[in-house]
Design a protein around this ligand. Structure first.
Ligand code: RTP
Ligand code: MG
Length: 156
């Protein structure tokens, strides 16, 4: 859009199944907007095993991979494209460290402290680089790789 500033950046955020279940999606969206992000696109999707495994394929050799995939398909997720200057790092900062138990100690005001449980069930996702952000945004929002079954779709 023409309003995109020269320094603006996009990232992919996900409210994972535990965050949706525990009714934190609206609260997280309020934090997103209050922190200066624009929500360019959003949808609620139910991932299947294949799409969840593909989304997290970088972790396919890790011990926690199977469990991660089962967690990610355990219910619908809210997927959002966020935009602001420095969006990738700023969103990662807001969500806090991967392990929600550690976040509770070191980052008490983080989103993972608010709604995460442990090293796996950590409530939210954020792209970790510009390359990941581009891949992940296409994964969910390009028509060729729909990335799960759409449960709801808000046009913003
Ligand atoms: P994410 O990709 O979801 O934003 O999380 P992250 O960068 O902070 O962490 P990453 O290393 O990419 O791990 C991806 C997701 O795998 C689950 N996990 N479980 N049991 C474990 O030790 C473990 N470690 C990671 C988490 O759900 C993590 O977000
Ligand atoms: Mg990651």
């Amino acid at each position: 859009a023409s309003s995109d500033g020269a320094g603006s950046e996009r990232t992919l955020a996900i409210v994972k199944p535990d965050g949706v279940w525990s009714n934190h999606a609206e609260e997280i969206k309020k934090i997103v907007l209050a922190s200066g992000f624009s929500i360019l696109q959003e949808k609620t999707v139910q991932l299947d095993e294949e799409s969840a495994a593909s989304f997290y394929s970088e972790h396919s050799k890790k011990k926690f991979f199977r469990s991660l995939v089962q967690y990610m398909i355990s219910g619908p997720v809210l997927v959002m494209v966020l935009e602001k200057e420095n969006a990738i790092a700023d969103w990662r900062m807001l969500i806090g460290p991967t392990d929600s138990n550690k976040a509770k100690i070191t980052h008490p005001r983080s989103i993972r402290t608010m709604c995460g449980t442990d090293a796996e069930k950590n409530c939210v996702h954020g792209s970790d680089s510009d390359q990941s952000a581009q891949r992940e945004i296409s994964f969910f929002f390009s028509s060729e790789t729909p990335g799960g079954t759409v449960m709801g779709h808000d046009e913003l």
